[in-house]
Design a protein around this ligand. Structure first.
Ligand SMILES: [Zn+2]
Length: 244
């Protein structure tokens, strides 16, 4: 089973990176007042007035979005549905929650990285480090690259950028190996809350399913489902949202 999950799944899981909702205001309300911050995504993309201000936002995001996460009913239902059989998760969600929920890091591709890992802001290496075990802090307590001493920043970015880094590069290889190993076996792609025009996750998985003779493809989305071209009975779309 291959699970493809994106923002719609995050939202069903209780995490909305686009919204200035109650959870956002509870965690980042003072940053909204100070800087006009309106969403998690904006905070990740923003040019902050200082490294310390960005660091404060990222620390809080890590504690709220990753370390403080406990599996929601939606995540538990997905785990139960897919446990006990070969499974691989592909996601552009960057909060590291699948690993946090117990899914194997060996069967996971985070196409845009994760803020549970840090990378060198000077780009001296393709190595990344778990945010929990960052390198030597500088005088202000910010985590620094163990190799060159530059500040560390979250390992999050566009796929072409982030997939040069480890372990994301290896994750992408693991996915290709999984797809090759299951090209002729009964395999379901379960696509949850992925934009129906998505090119990074959806398009390649639909193309793979069309080539794999025993693959089935299921789309759960609040938008009108776009399905691959497969014989009747091997593709299904469910329109809806909220929970599995
Ligand atoms: Zn470095």
């Amino acid at each position: 089973m291959i699970v493809a999950a994106s923002n719609g799944f995050d939202i069903a899981d209780g995490y909305n990176q686009f919204s200035c909702d109650d959870a956002f205001l509870r965690v980042f309300g003072d940053l909204r007042e100070r800087y006009g911050l309106a969403s998690i995504l904006q905070g990740l993309m923003a040019r902050w007035p200082s490294d310390a201000a960005r660091r404060e936002f990222l620390d809080r995001l890590y504690r709220y979005g990753h370390r403080g996460y406990a599996s929601s009913p939606v995540m538990r239902a997905l785990d139960k549905l897919t446990a006990g059989r070969p499974r691989f998760v592909v996601t552009c969600n960057c909060n590291g929650r699948f690993e946090r929920a117990g899914f194997s890091s060996e069967a996971l591709l985070e196409t845009e990285g994760s803020y549970a890992r840090l990378r060198c802001s000077a780009g001296c290496t393709t190595e990344t480090w778990p945010a929990e075990s960052v390198g030597a802090p500088d005088a202000e307590g910010a985590p620094c690259c163990p190799r060159c001493g530059a500040l560390l920043d979250v390992a999050v970015g566009a796929p072409h950028d982030i997939q040069r880094l480890e372990p994301i590069r290896s994750q992408a290889e693991h996915l290709q190996a999984f797809l090759a190993a299951h090209a002729s076996t009964r395999t379901v792609v379960l696509e949850l809350g992925v934009g129906q025009g998505n090119r990074d996750i959806k398009r390649p998985l639909m193309a793979w399913a069309e080539r794999a003779p025993q693959a089935a493809y299921v789309v759960v989305n609040r938008e009108e489902p776009v399905l691959p071209t497969l014989p009747a009975g091997r593709a299904a779309g469910v329109r809806g949202g909220g929970s599995l």
